[in-house]
Each structure stands twice: as C-alpha cells, then as structure tokens.
Design a protein around this ligand. Structure first.
Ligand SMILES: [Fe+2]
Length: 330
C-alpha cells in the first residue's frame, strides 16, 4: 500500500471564521494539545460559532437530501424511543434506495432519522474525519441525527468509542451517567452485545443523571467512551447534530498489530507452513505449543522497534497495518 500524500490540515473553508487553525481538533475543542497528550476522562463541553460548522451539514441540507431522495438505504437508520426500525420496513433488501417519501414520513411520525457513515458521502465531513484521523491516529466515522421536537431516538446506552457531538441546529438534552463498564470496546464488551443487567436498568430508572447538558447550535460535547447517555430533542425546533466517533487505539490493538505482522512474515517461512503430525498435534500438544511460543518470543525479541513504531504510526493513521512496512526483518 502506498503512503497517502499529507493532507492540508485544519483549514475551515468558512469565510466567517477569521481564525486559521493549524490542527483539525482545534476547530472543535479547546486545548487540543492537552487532549492529544491525555484524553479527557470526563465529558467536556465546548462552544464555537455555529457558522463555523455550516460547511459540514445544515438542516436545510439534510432536508434536501431526504426530500430529494438522495440517501441510499445504507446511509440511513431510523429510531424511535430506543428501538431501531427494521430496514425492511422501508424497502426490500435488494433495493438501493428507501421507499419514496418514507424518511419524511418517519420524521413526521416522531422518529429520529440518522444519516450514517457520512465520511463516505459528504466531502467536507470526509475531509474533517480524515484530518482528525491523521491528527489522532484514531479511526473516525461520522453519523448525523435528525430528531423532531421533543422526541428521542435512543434510550440509555453507551458507545465503545469517544463521541464528539457537534450540535448543528435546534437543541438537545444529554442526561449522562458515568460508565458502568470499564473501557468498553466493540469487539468484547459492546453495549449492543451485552446490554444492561437488571440491576443497572433499575439504577438508571431510579437515579437522576449526575451530569446533564443541553446543547445549542455551536456546542460541542466530548463524551468519553462508556458514558451512558439518552439524548432527546428539546424546544420547538427539530434537533440536528453530527457525531464524530473516535475509535480509540488501545494496548490490545497495538499488540494485535505487532502479532499480526509477525504472523504475516511467518507465513513466508516453509517451516512454519509444514504439516504438524497428528500425533504431535493431539498427543504431543504441549511440545508444539512450546515451539510456537519460542518462535513468537524469538520474533518479538528480534523485532526492530524503530521500524515497528513507524509501521504502527502508519497503521494508526490508515486503519490497517500497511504491508510495505514490517515490524520484523524481512
Ligand atoms: Fe450514543
């Protein structure tokens, strides 16, 4: 894989913004350098001129996407009172587009329409996500949530990534509880897999949220992963917000990158591709396990950590470990 050309960084193409920003996160949060050094472990609220975000997405823009039927099914999800509408309700699986008029009808009926994966659809959002990926090394995706006045889309839940909420139009209230699961990640402890226990549900039903935010246009909320939230629109206007999801890199991710690279190298060694005799595999199992352990230990101990670090940096910014760079000698 070829390294991507460096992107121009952090220039908001909004003529109303007089400040030139050198770092993409500075467009969204205060003290980005501090955040890059140590991620906030409590929610943080920031504010920007709402005009600064108009280039990303506006309510009129979302209305046009919906009413001109520009959004394919893969970019849509519909929620109401905590439940997700089965996509088959607005078209059959082999149809590219939702049934005509269905999204406007859902909004009129009090549903939240979510625009998913906007980093693949809208160039300004693609640029912002790519810039934040380059700056943080975290994988970033963007969804928007369009909620009619007074309605909610999702009940209490948590997400396995940092949620950076950008309020674009209307107002939304965010009751927030501290995490009930430490450092959730999608692969192992995603809320959608495990949900809440009965005790946790009772706690949430009977405990006022210790934190609460009411976001207005231009407000930005940094919600660390795991914080439990149930946003709902307030006031007379529909609420529109953009969520940037920053999937944090973890020591587990780092170890996985390194071991994956060792195994990618190992497959080139005919000795590592030789058959194991059934007797060794099933009876002398401990011996073959020790041999595999010794191979991995040898590869780890001979690893060129400087080269490995370069590979990890590239993998963090590109989302995968590029195969042009190895953490071991080739
Ligand atoms: Fe969420």
């Amino acid at each position: 894989m070829e390294a991507r050309a460096p992107r121009p960084r952090g220039r908001l193409p909004n003529p109303n913004l007089t400040m030139e920003l050198d770092v993409p996160l500075a467009a969204l949060i205060d003290d980005p350098q501090g955040v890059l050094s140590a991620l906030p472990n409590e929610p943080q609220r920031y504010h920007r001129d709402p005009l600064a975000f108009e280039y990303l997405l506006t309510r009129a823009g979302v209305d046009a996407l919906i009413d001109r039927e520009c959004l394919a099914r893969q970019y849509l999800a519909v929620f109401k009172d905590g439940g997700r509408v089965d996509p088959r309700a607005y078209g059959t699986a082999d149809q590219l587009m939702p049934r005509r008029g269905s999204m406007r009808q859902y909004l009129n009926d009090g549903h939240t329409v979510s625009l998913r994966g906007l980093q693949k659809l809208l160039p300004p959002i693609a640029g912002l996500c790519a810039d934040v990926e380059q700056e943080t090394g975290f994988q970033v995706h963007a969804n928007a949530y369009y909620t009619p006045p007074g309605r909610s889309g999702l009940r209490y839940h948590y997400d396995p990534y940092v949620t950076l909420v950008v309020q674009l139009a209307g107002r939304k209230a965010w009751p927030v509880h501290p995490p009930l699961v430490e450092n959730p990640v999608r692969e192992h402890l995603s809320f959608t897999d495990i949900g809440f226990t009965d005790d946790q549900l009772r706690y949430l039903a009977n405990t006022p949220p210790p934190l609460s935010y009411e976001l207005e246009p231009g407000d930005v909320l940094w919600l660390p992963r795991g914080f439990v939230h149930a946003p709902h629109a307030v006031g007379d206007e529909p609420s529109l917000h953009l969520t940037l999801a920053l999937k944090a890199r973890t020591p587990h991710w780092l170890a996985e990158r390194i071991v994956t690279d060792i195994l990618d190298t190992a497959i080139r060694d005919p000795g590592m591709r030789a058959e194991l005799a059934p007797s060794d595999l099933l009876d002398g199992t401990e011996g073959v396990v020790q041999a595999a352990r010794d191979y991995l230990l040898g590869a780890l101990l001979s690893m060129d950590t400087k080269q490995a670090a370069e590979g990890v940096r590239l993998a963090a910014r590109h989302g995968t470990m590029p195969d042009v760079v190895s953490v071991t000698d080739r």
